[in-house]
Design a protein around this ligand. Structure first.
Ligand SMILES: [Zn+2]
Ligand SMILES: [Zn+2]
Length: 243
């Protein structure tokens, strides 16, 4: 990678300061780095940025832009969840992601938190039918541009995160294929850019990046574009490439 647009810092659930990430990016010879901390949420999930921190975050990234402008191009972004309120700061770009499904009773089913929480969500809210949860997930991400103003689609098939640990569903099932194809078709008129995200590899969940090769091929065939991002939560995985 020559740069990385999916980067978290201490402003959300990352482990390093933005400046530490910039210095590592310069060391690695990147020509650009974009910050995409988790945007504030409508509920406290323990990961997202606190709403009152947003102006400080923007000011810090803008300060670094200026300080390092002769060495690297820095972009100010956010990873917007479909449940993030629209931010009141000016951004260079937004990644749009679905990490939770909000249920009618106000409960939030996390997609990538823990396998037991996902299974509990399937049993409690989807009558034990995992394809029903998957359809709800892809319906939501299919609307992500309208919901967040996303410029890049984040980890499009996040719902596969646990598949290598435990085979929860069949990725060749017609309901699965139809759900993700519909989502791609719904997104493409509004946003062409999907990320190839290596974050689950560097964190030990998967051996391949998001999205699956068949989905990448479909996106390209339908006129979409792909960009490599590491979804780094610390400086050591910045620019992490798929083996
Ligand atoms: Zn994410
Ligand atoms: Zn992320």
């Amino acid at each position: 990678m020559k740069g990385d647009l999916h980067v978290h810092t201490l402003f959300s659930d990352g482990k390093n300061t933005p400046e530490e990430m910039v210095l590592t990016a310069i060391e690695k010879g990147f020509s650009y780095i974009g910050f995409s901390d988790h945007a504030p949420m409508t509920f406290d999930d323990g990961c997202a940025m606190k709403a009152e921190k947003l102006p400080e975050y923007a000011a810090e990234i803008n300060r670094l832009k200026e300080k390092y402008k002769d060495q690297i191009t820095i972009y100010l972004g956010l990873e917007m969840d479909s449940l993030s309120p629209l931010p009141a700061v000016e951004l260079d770009y937004r990644i749009g992601s679905v990490h939770y499904l909000e249920m009618a009773d106000g409960h939030h089913v996390p997609i990538d938190w823990k396998i037991d929480m996902l299974k509990h969500g399937v049993d409690t809210y989807f009558g034990g039918d995992i394809y029903a949860l998957i359809e709800a997930y892809y319906e939501r991400i299919g609307q992500i541009v309208q919901l967040t103003g996303a410029d890049i689609i984040g980890h499009f098939d996040l719902v596969t995160i646990f598949q290598e640990r435990e085979h929860l569903f069949d990725e060749t099932h017609p309901r699965y294929i139809s759900a993700w194809q519909k989502a791609v078709d719904n997104i493409l008129p509004h946003c062409k850019l999907f990320e190839i995200n290596t974050g689950a590899i560097s964190r030990g969940y998967r051996t391949t990046p998001y999205p699956a090769p068949t989905i990448q091929a479909y996106i390209l065939e339908k006129g979409g574009k792909l960009i490599c991002n590491s979804d780094s939560h610390n400086k050591d995985t910045l620019g992490f490439e798929a083996p």
